[in-house]
Design a protein around this ligand. Structure first.
Ligand SMILES: [Zn+2]
Ligand SMILES: [Zn+2]
Length: 323
């Protein structure tokens, strides 16, 4: 069944849309990061993020409903719960690593994860992940090396289904800030597919001119896009992704892969990203820039000033490794 006909089924799902809603929510991402970095209990997460009880409760409920975390009691009377990543949640590790890498590379000045380093345990070096294609083993694949095809209807249906929903991004310069609004990532995905003119974005997304103008202007002010005027008949504004905007493609392709695997019944999300060199659908993978070895969930560790931060995906390694 095509993505379009799936979307026309009553109650059907838009897997990429669900994934974008999940990681396109600023607080969802911060709560997930916090659980990844070892926080298990409500008060730990709340204190780490300086988040209100009601906002945290809502996000924990929606993350649980989405199947990326679950709970187990650690105390009977009164009952208190610990939050843990499910398999689907654990599989978001490379999305979060890609977001961390983007922030480290492109955001100057202090931000939430600026003090956190990533160590590759296989070579013991601090690493900067390099994006590549697992289908052919190429390392250093960029947005210029791929072609993306999405059916227009997918985006349009997504927008119709979800309507407007946005959150306040308090860390607007970081990747979570860019993802922190559903419209923002839809506009960005369109730009990565090659849209440049205001009218192209508008007709493909079915977004109001005011909303679209807000998001494009925000991208320009954050250095993700440039805006210039061209005259071909009528005077038009052209938006082009900057290198930091193009680099965001690694994050969107990882989100897409995760949605294909964990949310789509038939492995399809409506967005296909093809690696031009090998002609295969890209299988995103991260490689260590120090040793060229592939980064795996078990062989990386976040640390701050040399002190390991416990992470759920390195739990086994940490307990079996010598102190
Ligand atoms: Zn390839
Ligand atoms: Zn390495």
């Amino acid at each position: 069944m095509s993505a379009i006909s799936r979307l026309e089924q009553p109650g059907s799902q838009a897997p990429l849309g669900e994934a974008l809603l999940l990681v396109g929510d600023f607080w969802n991402v911060l709560v997930l990061q916090s659980v990844f970095l070892g926080a298990r209990r409500f008060q730990n997460i709340r204190d780490q993020l300086s988040i209100s009880d009601s906002v945290l409760s809502r996000r924990l409920s929606s993350l649980t409903e989405a199947g990326v975390i679950d709970t187990s009691p650690y105390q009977d009377r009164p009952v208190r719960l610990e939050y843990r990543l499910t398999d689907a949640g654990t599989a978001l590790w490379d999305v979060l690593v890609a977001m961390w890498a983007w922030d480290r590379h492109w955001i100057t000045g202090r931000h939430r994860l600026s003090e956190v380093d990533l160590q590759h345990l296989d070579c013991a070096n601090l690493t900067r992940p390099v994006f590549g294609c697992g289908s052919c083993g190429a390392i250093g694949v960029t947005a210029r090396d791929v072609s993306s095809t999405a059916d227009d209807q997918l985006w349009a249906s997504l927008v119709r289904r979800r309507g407007r929903r946005s959150v306040i991004a308090t860390e607007a310069a970081s990747s979570t800030g860019i993802l922190g609004d559903q419209w923002s990532i839809l506009v960005l995905a369109e730009a990565l597919q090659g849209s440049r003119h205001f009218g192209e974005f508008q007709s493909r997304l079915g977004v109001s001119p005011v909303t679209l103008n807000n998001r494009l202007s925000a991208f320009v002010s954050r250095g993700v896009m440039t805006r210039s005027s061209v005259t071909d008949g009528a005077r038009r504004q052209v938006y082009r992704l900057t290198p930091r905007g193009l680099d965001f493609f690694s994050i969107t392709s990882m989100i897409n892969r995760w949605a294909q695997h964990w949310l789509a019944d038939d492995g399809r999300t409506g967005l296909t990203i093809t690696h031009l060199a090998c002609g295969e659908q890209i299988q995103p993978q991260l490689t260590c820039n120090a040793c060229n070895g592939r980064l795996t969930r078990e062989a990386i560790r976040f640390e701050s000033e040399g002190t390991p931060l416990a992470t759920s995906w390195t739990r086994d390694r940490l307990t079996s490794a010598p102190a």
